[in-house]
Structure formats: structure tokens, C-alpha cells
Design a protein around this ligand. Structure first.
Ligand code: HEM
Length: 390
């Protein structure tokens, strides 16, 4: 184990409250390191399917597999069907009452969530170097619009009122994503471009998935608090629970999953904040993503959009991505956005200046999210068979 990963394990142990900051690396950590843990069983299966040319047939078979209570499709290799039979279900510790509350919370706060996942987490992913490099050099990197739409599907299905119910779709979406990640682990190491820029041999470890979770769930939760969006303690716990189940379904081992928001925040400060940095790939992806949002009428200028990204993610990130400044828009956001939220949440009696502009912006973002997520291609998460074309 490298000293860096050993330090990460120790940090993770501290964050999870499993070991004191001054203690030795505990036995469990020495044996199980999230940065050296992948998803062995499905990784092995998927490598065989890719080498054997079976993936196109699997993708065809998977098309009719959508709802949580759909039977597994016929036409899958027996080994894959047997594997999915085991994992295509909620973990034993899932609490359906909490998951139902999480769905209700997602519905009540959906406009903020779409905004934060889309402009916050989406753009943050471009300054998470390992993620940016994997996404850019994989097949999906060549068509970011399509890839963004598919990723939206994950957030959309997770946010759906029935997400975890038999008629919902999230368990299936998560399992399809788990298969895609397994394929990427086999394919990317065969990309000379990726090899030239990667600092790892196999992408998408459990540690990497935790990092991405912090850029999504942990980040959004922190922003909602920072923005004084009212949430009950039960709402917060339910929201965390839905993410705990989500990352379990993506193959993260239960012992690595933070148990509380405090543990998640501490882990995020250790494993996400220090690694954020720009890269060639990240800059290209950010430009693609912001171009995508600029294509529809959000009722705001591109300068406003750039400044909103800076407001949500910091000037540091804005500078890394070389987002041009628009100081008038920045001033408007700094005063107008908190007032907009306060008025919307019934905490301010008088409608603030700029209310309708912010309102149109937030609704248009939600529409972008919803349209993309419900478009016919978005629901088709497919297993890639190659990398970004050379
Ligand atoms: C694919 C979600 C973590 C890299 C996908 C897809 C989804 C998704 C929904 C399918 C989209 C498609 O079909 O194109 C997530 C979530 C994560 C996570 C929710 C964590 C909570 C990661 C991490 C990495 C990564 C940590 C890399 C460091 C990729 C790549 C693809 C992919 C390269 C395939 C793109 C393609 O070629 O189509 N992910 N992911 N993901 N993900 Fe993740």
C-alpha cells in the first residue's frame, strides 16, 4: 500500500469515527482500502463478456429491463443473470420509511436539487481529475450531451417519488450503472490516452466512488444548509439514507459508507477538497457542459451562468476553468440569490428585486434536467464496448 493510500485509509477511519486521529492504522483498514477495492465479481464477469463480444447482445436484452419489479430480462448470459439476481435488490439495512421520506424531500426541494446537481456537482466533476480523465477518455466523453443526459437519469431516478418502490426505476438504473463502471475498468486501461494521463492502473475504485458521492450528496446537503433552505432533521437523515443505499448499489462496501452527515463532511474534507484541480480533460468537459446549458433559453446570459458556477463552487474553480468574469452578474447573484430563496421559502415578506429572473432560471434548469432525463435515449444506459475513438 502506498503511503498516500495508507494516509487516505487512516483519514477515512478517522472520518468514520473508527479510529482516533492519533491511533495506528486499524486492522480492518490495513486489509481493506477503498482505493484498492473495486468490484471483483462483476469486473471479472464483464471483462469476459467484453473479450467474448457478448456486450451488444447484453445491451439489447437489457432494454426491456426498466422498473425495479421487472423480471430480469431473458437473453442474459446465465452467469450475469445469477449475479444480478443477488444484487438487484435493496440491502437488508435499507429503511423503506426513510426512503419514502427521502423521495418526498426530493420532490419538495427539487428545483434546488436540479440546480445544485446540474451546475454544482456536474461542473465539480470536471475538477475531480480522476473522474474528468476517465469520463473524457471513455466512449461517452466524445458525446457529452448524451452522457450528461444519462447521468441525469441517475439523479432523476434517485429523486423520483417511487425511486425505491417496486414501480420505481432506481435499483435497475444503479445496477446498469454498476455494469457500465465494470466495463470501464476493463476498457480504459487499454486506452493509450488514458494511460498517459492517469495516476492509477484501474479506474473507479470504491474510494473514487465515495469522492463522487461527496461531490453530489454531501455537497448538495451542505449547500442547502448554507443557503438556509429549511429541512427537518428527519429530512436530512432520509436524504443521507437514500445516498447510502445508492452507493451500496454501485458496489461500495458497506464498511466504507459514512454513517452520518458529520462523518460524510469530514470524509469529504479529507478525500475530495484537497484533490480538486484543473486538467485539460476537465476544462474541455466543463466547456461542453456549460455549452449544453447555454443551448436552451435559461433567461440569463452566459456571463450570469459563469458567475453562478463561481458563486456555487468558488472563484478558485471558476479561475481553473477560465470562466470569464461578469462583475455585474456576480453582484446581482450575491445579493439576489439569498433573497430569492428566503422569499420562496416564506422567510421574507417582500418580493426581492430580480425574483422573476431567478425564478425563470431555476425553472428552466429543472426543465432541462427533466427533458433530458425523460428523453427516450436517456433511459438507455448502455454498456460501452470501447473507449473514446482515437
Ligand atoms: C458511467 C453515475 C462514479 C466514471 C456512469 C453512468 C452513470 C454514472 C449514471 C452511465 C452513463 C452512461 O451510460 O454514459 C455515477 C455515480 C457515481 C459515479 C452516481 C458515484 C456516486 C464514477 C467515478 C468515475 C466514473 C468515481 C471515475 C473516476 C464513469 C465513466 C462512465 C460512467 C468513465 C462511462 C462513460 C461512457 O463511456 O459511457 N456513471 N458514476 N463514475 N462513469 Fe460513473
Amino acid at each position: 500500500m502506498s503511503s498516500l493510500s495508507r494516509r487516505n485509509v487512516l483519514s477515512l477511519g478517522v472520518a468514520l469515527g473508527l479510529v482516533s486521529a492519533v491511533g495506528a492504522v486499524p486492522a480492518w483498514a490495513a486489509e481493506t482500502d477503498p482505493w484498492w477495492t473495486w468490484d471483483d465479481e462483476v469486473d471479472r464477469l464483464m471483462a469476459g463478456f467484453l473479450d467474448g463480444g457478448q456486450v451488444p447482445a447484453i445491451n439489447t436484452a437489457m432494454r426491456s429491463w426498466v422498473d425495479n419489479d421487472d423480471p430480469l430480462p431473458g437473453g442474459l448470459p446465465a452467469t450475469l443473470a445469477a449475479y444480478l439476481q443477488q444484487v438487484n435488490r435493496l440491502p437488508s439495512w435499507a429503511d423503506r420509511t426513510k426512503l419514502r421520506l427521502a423521495a418526498d424531500f426530493n420532490r419538495r426541494k427539487d428545483t434546488y436539487l436540479f440546480m445544485l446537481y446540474g451546475l454544482g456537482s456536474g461542473i465539480m466533476s470536471t475538477v475531480i481529475p480522476r473522474e474528468a480523465k476517465s469520463v473524457y477518455w471513455s466512449a461517452g466523453g466524445a458525446d457529452m450531451q448524451d452522457r450528461a443526459a444519462k447521468t441525469f437519469t441517475f439523479g432523476y431516478d434517485l429523486s423520483d417519488r417511487n425511486a425505491f418502490e417496486p414501480t420505481g426505476q432506481f435499483v435497475v438504473t444503479a445496477n446498469k450503472t454498476r455494469l457500465v463502471h465494470a466495463a470501464v475498468r476493463h476498457l480504459l486501461p487499454r486506452s493509450s490516452h488514458w494511460q498517459a494521463v492517469a495516476d492509477e492502473q484501474v479506474p473507479i475504485s470504491n474510494g473514487d466512488i465515495l469522492v463522487t458521492f461527496h461531490s453530489l450528496g454531501t455537497f448538495v446537503h451542505r449547500k442547502l444548509i448554507e443557503w438556509h433552505v429549511p429541512m427537518s432533521a428527519a429530512d436530512e437523515e432520509a436524504f443521507l439514507h437514500s445516498w447510502q443505499v445508492a452507493i451500496h448499489l454501485l458496489g461500495v462496501r458497506d464498511e466504507f459508507i459514512p454513517k452520518t452527515w458529520a462523518a460524510a463532511d469530514a470524509q469529504s474534507a479529507q478525500v475530495l477538497t484537497p484533490i480538486l484541480s484543473p486538467s485539460f480533460e476537465g476544462k474541455e468537459l466543463a466547456e461542453d457542459l456549460l455549452g449544453l446549458t447555454a443551448q436552451i433559453d435559461l433567461g440569463v446570459t452566459r456571463g450570469f451562468l459563469n458567475e453562478f458556477v463561481r458563486y456555487v463552487l468558488s472563484d478558485q474553480v471558476g479561475d481553473w476553468l477560465q470562466l470569464p468574469r461578469d462583475y455585474a452578474a456576480a453582484a446581482l447573484i450575491r445579493t439576489g440569490w439569498p433573497a430569492y430563496i428566503a422569499f420562496r421559502e416564506g422567510l421574507l415578506p417582500v418580493m426581492p428585486v430580480g425574483f422573476s429572473m431567478f425564478d425563470q432560471f431555476i425553472r428552466a434548469m429543472a426543465m432541462l434536467f427533466l427533458n433530458k432525463a425523460t428523453s427516450p435515449t436517456a433511459t438507455l444506459i448502455t454498456i460501452p464496448t470501447g473507449n473514446r475513438p482515437e
